[in-house]
Write a protein that binds this ligand. Structure first.
Ligand SMILES: [Ca+2]
Length: 348
């Protein structure tokens, strides 16, 4: 072996060592959540995935009121034997409107009516948005935020300390849609629940990865996957199976073939980005529309027409380029995602 090949082979070894180390270093994430049936599934997916290191859960009102969400989050981490994980309360209501809760879809306690044992884990005393700020500074360029509820807490954090924006490695939200809503014809529930907060977050200066309801609705847990889950018993697996059964029944009664895995898909995107396809777009949040409040208005062309006044009328003079602020999810590999999800939960 020549000196040169020895040198290049040792370089190659170091390179692969670095690659392996990078692959093994889990990503630090904060899940901002309004638990919620699919939130519970998303949290347990994250806690059972070696690719992620969950640094904190912050709780936001949405599917349920803030107090109920906090209680649910604490019970979920207790079930996973993770009382070491900080769970912090956050905002108590949306920025500029009344809270809209969703017990219709999530059951009276937000967790399909399943009563998990209480009292084992205690809430962190810090305010959720402050904890987000603290962790963004403690681990610069390492934290990925995964908000899976209304964006109130994230909006409060970036408004109080905009310096976290370049310090956050990534923000992957469950919210929005580029092809119709799940609340009404236009809006998805998390954005509809606090459009002003969403507007602050989408305009903060980072690239928001947007995992929307339209893709969640093509990423369905079905009876077949539920029986896979039921085949291997365990406390977390049994809990998720009960949630999925309730959620599936609700969805089937509303005419769907399965239940939309909204929040777990956002977590899975951080575990394995190849599960989704993304397109850079400029997204504005409608905060005032008569029929479209809470819509994520996505510009697929990357530009607006430039209308210039000529006497008594306007004339189009080319286009004005728009800077993308979002990586919009357009599709998912649903089958591969569901295999990942079931594989991580079953028997646990
Ligand atoms: Ca949620």
């Amino acid at each position: 072996m020549t000196q040169f090949t020895k040198f290049s082979s040792s370089l190659l070894t170091s390179f692969f060592f670095l690659l392996t180390a990078a692959a093994q270093t889990p990503r630090r994430v904060i899940i901002d959540t309004d638990p919620g049936v699919d939130d519970a599934m998303a949290i347990l997916l994250a806690l059972n995935s070696p690719e992620l290191k969950v640094e904190a859960l912050t709780v936001v009102p949405g599917n349920v009121e803030a107090w109920q969400g906090l209680e649910n989050a604490l019970k979920i981490v207790a079930l996973a034997n993770r009382c070491d994980l900080p769970v912090a309360a956050g905002a108590q209501h949306p920025l500029n409107q009344k809270l809209i809760t969703a017990q219709f879809w999530h059951g009276k306690n937000g967790l399909a009516g399943v009563e998990l044992p209480a009292g084992k884990c205690k809430a962190d005393p810090r305010f959720g948005p402050d904890l987000i700020i603290e962790l963004a500074h403690k681990y610069p360029h390492e934290i990925t935020l995964i908000p899976v509820g209304p964006l109130t807490n994230i909006a409060l954090a970036v408004s109080k300390d905009p310096s976290i924006v370049p310090l956050v490695k990534d923000i992957v939200i469950m919210g929005g849609s580029v092809s119709g809503g799940n609340v009404d014809g236009a809006a998805e529930a998390n954005i509809y629940g606090d459009p002003e907060a969403a507007s602050i977050v989408f305009n903060a200066g980072w690239m928001v990865t947007m995992i929307g309801s339209d893709v969640g609705e093509r990423t369905l847990i079905t009876r077949k996957y539920l029986s896979d889950l039921q085949a291997l018993r365990g406390p977390e697996s049994d809990f998720v199976a009960k949630l999925a059964d309730f959620y599936l029944t609700r969805s089937e009664n509303s005419g769907y073939q399965g239940a939309a895995m909204y929040d777990p898909l956002a977590v899975a995107t951080v575990i394995d980005p190849t599960l989704v396809s993304l397109k850079d777009m400029h997204v504005d949040i409608e905060t005032k529309g008569e029929f479209t409040s809470g819509e994520t208005v996505a510009n697929r062309m990357g530009s607006n027409e430039n209308n210039v006044l000529h006497g008594d009328h306007y004339e189009i003079e080319g286009v004005i380029e728009l800077k993308p602020n979002a990586r919009v999810c357009l599709a998912s590999d649903a089958d591969r995602f569901l295999k990942l999800f079931i594989g991580r939960i079953k028997g646990k």
